[in-house]
Design a binder for this molecule. Structure first.
Ligand code: F0G
Length: 361
């Protein structure tokens, strides 16, 4: 059998677009190369003029898109001789930082908002041996402390304020374009600390500049109603939402998110927790895709805009419009939420008659 070279992760695949040299020690868990699924049910819901795709970032090695940025941030930290890294996190960044730090042999310290991160994410940071500190405050407090400490101590910050995180994350837009043969017309995504929308937009612009694509997508970002500082135009002191990943009141890349919105002719809007849960269930039950609640904010946003006739207005004559929704993290990150919003399993006696009775046979 012919030996095919194994996929080696986003730095190897997109090195020409990234700030790496042959001296950079590549620390990878083979992140990226995630599925772009055609969503038949959602396409029908969005309207006959729409073709909806799901970029399933939950299938990255630690279960979220953070791995794309982390492979580069950790590789560069290693190249620069760092011994320790730190991040503040609503959960996914810490899971990713912890795993990639193990691979690189770096110490990893994570600051999480006390009691406010999903169980799966906490378990990841802990099992990978990170030093996990629960800060008695919210994400914004934790990020401020992480910035102060890394400014004054020999510890590298691996939040998305670290430019290598953004560089790595932009590879997701390259993958979408490579897969579709051009950029989509619209991209819908959740917005929390706003690093990801910044990264995608940077990626799309670079690919267009290189002549790889002929169009730029309109960037459509969605915050949770109780944590929507960009939509409201002011920081939110006590952000609240069941989508804990995006429970952020003062995003670090606020300005860049607004630039992505305005340069692309897109928008940043908000969705309620009940719209998020509805989209979360719909994804699982109609598309077979389990994504965490924050990720479902993108689909909730898609449905909100479709209902308003937004895409109809934008439809081109003969061609269907292509919409990509980013599913940023895996549903297994937050199993409690799934169980809370669905009925518990019925208990039956251990005999076939009871089972058949329960299933209506
Ligand atoms: N979706 C998920 C699953 C996330 O974990 C995050 C951010 C976002 C969306 C929003 O992305 O911050 O780039 O706008 N999670 C960060 C963390 C804050 O600490 O894991 P963003």
């Amino acid at each position: 059998m012919k030996h095919r070279q194994q996929y080696q992760g986003v730095i190897d695949r997109y090195a020409a677009y990234l700030p790496v040299s042959n001296k950079t020690p590549i620390v990878t868990l083979q992140e990226g190369n995630t599925p772009l699924l055609r969503a038949d049910f959602l396409s029908r819901l969005a309207g006959t003029h729409c073709e909806v795709y799901l970029k399933y970032e939950g299938l990255n090695p630690t279960g979220s898109f953070k791995d794309r940025g982390m492979t580069l941030a950790i590789s560069k930290a290693k190249e620069e001789g760092a011994k320790a890294v730190m991040c503040a996190s609503t959960g996914n960044t810490s899971a990713s930082a912890a795993a990639y730090s193990v691979k690189a042999g770096l110490k990893c310290i994570v600051l999480i908002p006390k009691g406010a991160i999903a169980l799966g994410k906490l378990s990841q940071a802990l099992i990978h041996g990170a030093v996990v500190l629960a800060v008695d405050g919210n994400f914004d407090d934790a990020l401020s402390r992480a910035r102060e400490i890394t400014d004054t101590h020999p510890i590298t910050l691996v939040n998305s304020l670290n430019p290598y995180r953004i560089e790595g994350q932009k590879t997701a837009s390259f993958e979408i374009c490579d897969c579709l043969g051009d950029a989509p017309d619209f991209q819908v995504m959740p917005v929390g600390n706003a690093g990801n929308i910044t990264a995608y937009w940077k990626g799309y612009k670079e690919y267009a500049r290189q002549g790889k694509t002929s169009v730029l997508p309109k960037m459509l970002g969605f915050q949770a109603e109780g944590a929507a500082p960009i939509v409201k135009g002011r920081p939110v002191k006590d952000p609240q939402t069941i989508a804990t990943a995006i429970r952020i009141g003062n995003p670090a890349s606020w300005k860049q998110a607004e630039a992505a919105r305005d340069e692309s002719g897109g928008l940043i809007d908000m969705v309620s927790d009940s719209q998020i849960i509805e989209a979360y269930k719909l994804l699982a039950q109609k598309e077979g895709v389990f994504a965490e609640p924050a990720s479902a904010a993108s689909v909730a946003g898609l449905l909100k805009l479709a209902k308003k006739g937004y895409f109809k207005k934008q439809a081109k004559k003969a061609k269907k419009i292509k919409i990509v929704c980013i599913l940023t993290g895996h549903g297994l990150k937050d199993p409690d939420r799934a169980i809370k919003c669905i009925e518990e399993p019925k208990v039956v006696k251990p005999n076939s008659k009871a089972i058949l009775g329960a299933i209506g046979y």
